[in-house]
Ligand binder design. Structure first.
Ligand SMILES: [Mg+2]
Length: 366
């Protein structure tokens, strides 16, 4: 640790725009909220979306009532049941959530053509002309009126701070976070709240005595680099509230991917295959929303010993269908599945081509 009396710099850097124009919109407990909206009898009750509590699946979403029992997403359903046997357990109705997601993104695109969807229920927006703070409030109101759901909105000068901001007052939050607020509002937060810090990195950071985001700035860069390599410098920038990444509309991407690091290494092949199915559904939806199809499907597996394998297959006909993606993913998984424990599994699609005929291709896709 460096001298604790030394106060780290917390400015957003001289080239950062002084005006907040980046928004992060994040629906609150999305799948569970859609279920509660459509089934009034579930309102006020702990709702767990994911499937039967007696299956080997994991929690996809938990209502705020369920979270009060300690239930959170990615937790085994069986564990959720132990924590709250009276919860309402529901299957994942991806088609309906995807439909609501499309409505959400339609709302967002009324406010800016620069929308970067992160998932079904989350997106960044860049508001270049006009007042981003006013736009953020108007988006919240539109989501409430037109979708009957609540979103939390963060407004800031960059994507990282906007994302941190949307989380500060969840649910139904609205937060404008400026670089001058970083030391007061962001530094005291636990490191796991930092973008890209999963359970594994959290353990590594804790072993260095880093418990809060502010602690990252108190450790010598060399010490951080020994654990995190090139990521160390980025972690330090983020801890200072600095992020130069751009809002990228989805059609600019060359590939799309979903992955998960398991809280505990997984030996059960069926569990891994189940996650690939889930990713296939998510990726199919992201492809369709962008009117794209994928030619190449890649499965990534990291084993408990950190060995990482990828296996790809290129299809004759590009696809945007969940079943097609899942079938290809499972076939690739079958080629690498062994009894070794898996710590991470991912699915990626690339070789993206427009689903429309070329002459219909124009900006924006939506
Ligand atoms: Mg959300």
């Amino acid at each position: 640790m460096a001298d604790p009396g030394e106060q780290p710099e917390t400015t957003a850097g001289p080239e950062a725009p002084a005006v907040p124009r980046i928004l992060h919109v994040d629906m609150d407990a999305f799948y569970a909220s859609v279920e509660q909206r459509d089934h009034p009898e579930y309102r006020g009750k702990p709702v767990v979306v994911g499937g039967s509590p007696f299956s080997r699946g994991v929690v996809s979403a938990a209502s705020y009532e369920a979270r009060r029992h300690g239930i959170h997403s990615a937790m085994p359903l069986r564990r959720a049941y132990d924590l709250c046997p009276d919860a309402v357990f529901l299957p994942v109705d991806m088609e309906r959530y995807a439909q609501v997601s499309r409505q959400l993104h339609d709302v967002l695109r009324r406010f800016s053509p620069l929308v970067e969807p992160l998932s079904l229920d989350e997106a960044f927006l860049e508001v270049t002309g006009g007042d981003a703070v006013a736009a953020g409030r108007a988006i919240k109101a539109a989501v409430r009126e037109e979708l009957g759901l609540t979103a939390s909105v963060g407004v800031s000068v960059n994507k990282f701070l906007a994302k941190m901001a949307s989380d500060l007052e969840k649910p139904d939050g609205f937060t404008v976070l400026m670089p001058r607020d970083v030391a007061r509002l962001i530094h005291p937060l636990p490191v796991r709240k930092l973008w890209g810090i999963g359970p594994r990195s959290e353990i590594q950071l804790k072993s260095l005595g880093i418990l809060t985001i502010g602690d990252i700035l108190k450790v010598d860069l060399a010490v951080l680099e020994r654990r995190f390599g090139r990521r160390a410098a980025e972690l330090r920038l983020l801890a200072q509230g600095i992020d130069h990444s751009r809002v990228e509309t989805e059609h600019e991407a060359r590939s799309l991917g979903e992955e998960t690091t398991f809280p505990r290494d997984v030996a059960d092949r069926a569990v891994v295959a189940g996650h690939l199915d889930r990713f296939a559904g998510l990726l199919a939806d992201r492809l369709r929303r962008r009117r794209l199809r994928a030619r190449t499907v890649t499965v990534k597996v990291r084993y408990a010993d950190f060995q990482t394998l990828t296996r790809s297959h290129t299809l004759e006909t590009p696809v945007d269908d969940a079943a097609d993606l899942a079938r290809t993913a499972r076939a690739l998984w079958a080629r690498v599945a062994t009894d070794r424990k898996v710590r991470l599994v991912g699915l990626q699609v690339s070789g993206l081509v427009p689903a429309d005929r070329p002459e219909q291709l124009r900006f924006p896709f939506w």
